[in-house]
Design a protein around this ligand. Sequence first.
Ligand SMILES: CC(C)(COP(=O)(O)OP(=O)(O)OC[C@H]1O[C@@H](n2cnc3c(N)ncnc32)[C@H](O)[C@@H]1OP(=O)(O)O)[C@@H](O)C(=O)NCCC(=O)NCCS
Length: 92
Amino acid sequence: MLAVAKEFQGKPGGRAGWRERYSGQILGDLIAKAVSLGNDTLGLYVSEDNRKALSLYSAFGFVPLPDYVVHETVITMAKSLREPDGGVKLQG
Ligand SMILES: CC(C)(COP(=O)(O)OP(=O)(O)OC[C@H]1O[C@@H](n2cnc3c(N)ncnc32)[C@H](O)[C@@H]1OP(=O)(O)O)[C@@H](O)C(=O)NCCC(=O)NCCS
């Protein structure tokens, strides 16, 4: 599970500093780790009402996989680690 302690959420502030956001640093490190381990794809589950997490994952190129249903309130997302456009190779 990816989480940022409440006092550090949305920090450092300001849209100009998105690259420095702690949330993005953590997710970026996870993606880099997955790449370094030779993975083709990175997947995750997120609750459909978790707006902030959905925005974060979308900003990093994760796309919903509507054919992967684990629960009706959960969205499965994945990001290709091989294609520059973030396309996903998984089959439904
Ligand atoms: C989900 C969570 C990790 C996000 O961290 P956060 O610090 O609250 O979120 P941030 O404010 O940095 O990021 C969310 C916003 O910044 C944007 N953003 C962050 N980094 C960005 C980047 N590098 N590029 C573009 N946009 C970025 C997102 O699009 C989003 O925009 P919006 O809220 O204005 O629509 C955090 O809220 C949390 O720990 N929640 C509780 C645990 C949880 O729900 N974890 C997810 C489980 S799936």
